[in-house]
Design a protein around this ligand. Structure first.
Ligand SMILES: [Fe+2]
Ligand SMILES: [Fe+2]
Length: 191
């Protein structure tokens, strides 16, 4: 069955309520991921189930448990049942959520799209901004030298984890920018 506007609205409301003041992995990150996933699908000529992709994208980071993907998959399962997703649909959404991490093994089209979109959002100018917030907020880093190490780490895991060819193409400019930012920051931090 197709996703209804009412279901979309309920998912966005649930995610918003769940996230509180999260900036680096909040609603605008989900919107960017959803947009990126659609761009990738078009470039790869992949047909996807909008219902699965929408729910997985807007719910993939809704938990603060460790690890967040298993927490998010559980929360998504409970919530989607309430808004009439079928058992099979819930399992598909949960697969995409569970495999969205850099070394995840996405099998379905929707899982691959979310996985790569999510990694792309760690790269480029967006990546630098999100990782700056994340280094401080999620990882408790307190010096720019430590931020620099976070940028280098994510530049490597995000670029090496991409599975679709279109994602690797789209990542090129983002990586170029990130390498420049890393090099410049390295230079500026030499005191
Ligand atoms: Fe995540
Ligand atoms: Fe994410």
């Amino acid at each position: 069955m197709k996703i209804t506007n009412e279901q979309k609205e309920k998912i966005i409301n649930f995610a918003t309520k769940q996230l509180d003041n999260e900036v680096a992995a909040g609603i605008d990150h989900f919107k960017r991921d959803y947009h990126l996933a659609q761009v990738l699908a078009k470039k790869e000529s992949l047909k996807f189930n909008e219902k699965i992709l929408f729910a997985a994208t807007f719910l993939h980071d809704v938990s603060e448990d460790e690890p967040h993907w298993t927490g998010a998959a559980k929360l998504a399962g409970k919530f989607l049942k309430k808004i009439d997703f079928s058992y099979v649909e819930i399992k598909e959404v949960q697969h995409a959520i569970l495999e969205h991490t850099p070394n995840g093994k996405p099998k379905s089209v929707e899982a691959k799209l979310l996985h790569d979109a999510d990694l792309l959002d760690f790269l480029g100018a967006t990546g630098i901004v999100r990782l700056s917030i994340g280094a401080w907020d999620w990882m408790g880093k307190s010096s720019l030298q430590e931020f620099l190490e976070v940028f280098k780490k994510f530049r490597k895991i995000a670029s090496e984890g991409l599975v679709l060819k279109a994602s690797k193409d789209l990542a090129k400019d983002k990586i170029k920018f990130m390498d420049l930012a890393i090099k410049q920051l390295e230079k500026e931090l030499k005191i």
